[in-house]
Design a protein. Structure first.
Length: 504
């Protein structure tokens, strides 16, 4: 009995700006022995350990190497992966999974139920001696090996949304160094890495599912965004995801197709709520009124993108609240009045920390700086390398404001909203709202879908009302791919599926 959970998604149809976009991945001319070089904006600085990776740029690569008991597909379904089937019992308190027959890790060893139990307990920190790596796993009461093919997960409280968390990677229980020796079950296996330069992946010949089309994948670090088009045109790289509209225009008439979709992330000017004056909700609201998202889209993105008003994007259909995008209509005078009320009639100064390798966020910050001048707020841009941003801003919370995009690691509203719970380790903006904590907690224990959705929407409303951040957009995603290749597919998540690419 095959089960899938469908998440309603509003996906921008994948289109290409040339006739080659209609090619299909089962094209009879594809070659078994092939290679591709894909540019990436930063090296993996957090971890190759899939349970400890936090950066979206890392997770989208590890998607090709690791799999969970279930995995997302490009239509927004959760489909069986390491497990061939599953059942949910006891009104959402017991999840039972059946190990896929013959599935192997990349070193050729069979996956066992012991590996599944180990992976789940590692993330849940059932021993209490490590770190809770998946917050939803704190609800796990026990992981039971029923027999050599069956594992049951027992929860303390019913959780109808728990299945989406089981995309968390299954790794070998015997691997003592998952960061230095990453071994998964995905269509590609890790081969090697040169720090700050490149990573090599290779097709896993014993993959249980549809095999990858391209044998060798090289991931080449292009940290200088000004060099992306040069590297594409010279043939140094064959593909780069999330290019700017200017870069797309530069590639017009060349050997590249440009595919357009959505990034499925929340771009915002994230405010450190523990930093004065951002600890004052009136100041945060003033910035929301002063920043004009439509002008940002027009000036920096040729009008492309979807304006959003909270930490949710359109692809998460039933949870998305489009009405919040107009909550702070551009109003300079109202912004000035709020600043005066908060004691900042003469304005103030602050720094916007931006990772330099993401030109889209740099461009957005530059427009924001100009817009804030209208309310006598002096914002400066502090460009930092990606690893510095991760260590200092995200982990260390040492920043005043930052322009970045935040993605969802799973197909659930919880993946986007959990980070704003006051005691969540991912709450890098130090947002603290008793009303939010109450609504989020109620969503977690609700077993009624409509009720749970309502609680999640309450969370989104609170983030908007309390101006937790200055929300901007779900950016359009432009992907440059040499027209010798086809098969690029967008997902309703921030991932890249290399296995579907093929050489024409």
């Amino acid at each position: 009995m095959k089960k899938t959970i469908f998440l309603s998604v509003l996906l921008t149809l994948t289109i290409a700006l040339s006739a080659c976009s209609g090619d299909k991945a089962d094209d009879s001319s594809k070659l078994d022995e092939s290679s591709i070089t894909i540019g990436i904006p930063q090296d993996i600085e957090d971890s190759l350990d899939p349970h400890k990776a936090v950066a979206a740029g890392t997770e989208e690569i590890l998607f090709n190497i690791f799999e969970g008991l279930v995995k997302p597909d490009s239509d927004g379904n959760l489909v069986p992966a390491v497990a061939s089937d599953y059942k949910i019992e006891d009104e959402g308190k017991t999840y039972t999974f059946y190990l896929r027959e013959g599935i192997k890790f990349h070193d050729g060893t069979p996956v066992t139920v012991e590996d599944i139990k180990y992976s789940i307990e590692r993330c849940a920190d059932t021993s209490g001696e490590g770190t809770l790596l998946v917050s939803a796993f704190s609800n796990i009461e026990s992981v039971e090996i029923v027999d050599e093919k069956t594992v049951s997960i027992h929860l303390n409280n019913a959780d109808t949304d728990f299945l989406s968390e089981l995309t968390s990677a299954v790794i070998p229980a015997w691997n003592e160094d998952p960061a230095g020796n990453p071994i998964g079950t995905g269509p590609y296996r890790y081969v090697s890495r040169v720090v700050q330069d490149s990573m090599q992946l290779q097709k896993f010949e014993e993959y249980w599912g549809t095999p990858a089309n391209i044998t060798n994948v090289t991931l080449k670090v292009i940290a200088d965004s000004d060099m992306i088009v040069t590297n594409l045109k010279s043939g140094a790289i064959d593909m780069f995801c999330r290019i700017s509209t200017d870069q797309a225009n530069e590639l017009a008439g060349t050997d590249f197709d440009v595919y357009e979709g959505t990034m499925n992330l929340v771009q915002a000017m994230y405010l450190n709520n523990a930093f004065e004056p951002f600890s004052d909700v009136r100041v945060r609201q003033a910035l929301c009124y002063a920043v004009d998202p439509q002008a940002i889209l027009d000036l920096a993105f040729d009008g492309k993108g979807t304006i959003i008003g909270s930490s949710m994007f359109p692809a998460f259909g039933k949870y998305y609240m489009p009405e919040l995008s107009g909550a702070y209509a551009h109003d300079v005078e109202k912004a000035k009045a709020l600043l005066a009320e908060a004691g900042y009639a003469d304005g103030f100064s602050f720094a916007i920390t931006v990772p330099s390798n993401y030109q889209q966020h740099v461009d957005t910050a530059q427009v924001i700086v100009e817009q804030l001048k209208e309310i006598n707020v002096d914002a400066s841009i502090n460009l930092v390398e990606w690893e510095t941003w991760v260590n200092d801003a995200y982990v260390g919370r040492q920043f005043e404001a930052t322009v970045v995009g935040v993605d969802a690691s799973t197909l659930s509203a919880r993946a986007l909203l959990e980070r704003f719970n006051s005691d969540n380790s991912k709450n890098f903006i130090n947002f603290n709202s008793a009303a939010y904590d109450e609504a989020y907690g109620a969503a977690l224990v609700s077993t009624d879908d409509a009720e749970q959705t309502g609680y999640y929407k309450t969370c989104e409303q609170i983030l908007s009302d309390e101006a937790a951040n200055v929300y901007i957009q779900d950016m359009a995603s432009l992907v440059a791919l040499n027209n010798r290749y086809g098969g690029y597919v967008f997902y309703p998540m921030y991932v890249q599926d290399f296995a579907k690419l093929y050489l024409k």
